[in-house]
Write a protein of this length. Structure first.
Ligand SMILES: [Mg+2]
Length: 230
């Protein structure tokens, strides 16, 4: 008996090894722009990057703005004169080619897709995400990918999930399970939209206060039991 015939999967750090792809993209920026590729510089870039995505999640600025602004702030802090738009272009192009999957992602998508319909729900730069999905090992098992940039809204907003529901009329708030690693976008989004959710807590983070988490997994294969596939 399939408990959730529709599965909404986050992409980055749920199916894709975003962390490795992101580190490789930073290295490519350093190599092409003559910036020292050190762990300290990467940590500094991550601080700038995370601050900008947080501002985006709060609805304070556009994606086109933040992707360049993160490099502008990073370069300013280092006192380097480089073109932040060029840095961003190298970064996004490299990231778009990164198709590294997390352990068991391909096997789990293949197995689930025999009895469920799988969709991707992701906040990201549409061009990057489409390029990565298209050539990835999970592509054959995914019905459709819903990218925030196309939706005109992003997780965790209810408007984003309304867009997804508009695209898949068979979806209800009972027959789908949202699976994601992010508390602030995935789990908060499922809470906002009233959807069952599963937190992919790969790194064993502490439980947050005030969020409904229906299931928690540390390995994607645990979805078999939760969803009820055999
Ligand atoms: Mg994620």
């Amino acid at each position: 008996m399939i408990r959730y015939p529709y599965v909404l999967l986050d992409a980055d750090n749920t199916l894709f090894d975003f962390d490795t792809g992101n580190r490789n993209a930073f290295r490519a920026v350093c190599e092409t722009q003559d910036i020292p590729d050190t762990d300290e510089n990467f940590a500094l870039y991550e601080t700038c990057n995370n601050a900008m995505w947080a501002a985006f999640d709060r609805g304070e600025c556009t994606k086109d703005f933040i992707v360049i602004e993160r490099f502008r702030i990073f370069l300013n802090k280092l006192g380097l004169r480089r073109d932040p738009a060029v840095c961003n272009q190298v970064h996004l192009t490299t990231l778009g080619k990164s198709k590294l999957l997390l352990p068991h992602a391909e096997e789990v998508c293949r197995t689930l897709s025999r009895q469920c319909k799988l969709y991707i729900v992701t906040n990201a730069v549409a061009a990057v995400q489409k390029s990565r999905l298209a050539g990835s090992g999970v592509a054959p098992y995914i019905e459709e990918a819903f990218i925030s940039e196309d939706a005109g809204a992003s997780k965790p907003s209810k408007a984003y999930f309304n867009y997804v529901f508009g695209k898949v009329p068979a979806l209800t708030t009972q027959n789908c399970l949202l699976v994601g690693d992010s508390l602030s976008s995935d789990i908060q989004g499922a809470n906002n939209a009233g959807l069952p959710c599963c937190w992919f807590n790969r790194k064993g983070y502490a439980h947050p206060e005030g969020l409904r988490i229906d299931y928690e997994i540390a390995d994607l294969r645990q979805l078999y039991n939760i969803i009820g596939v055999v």
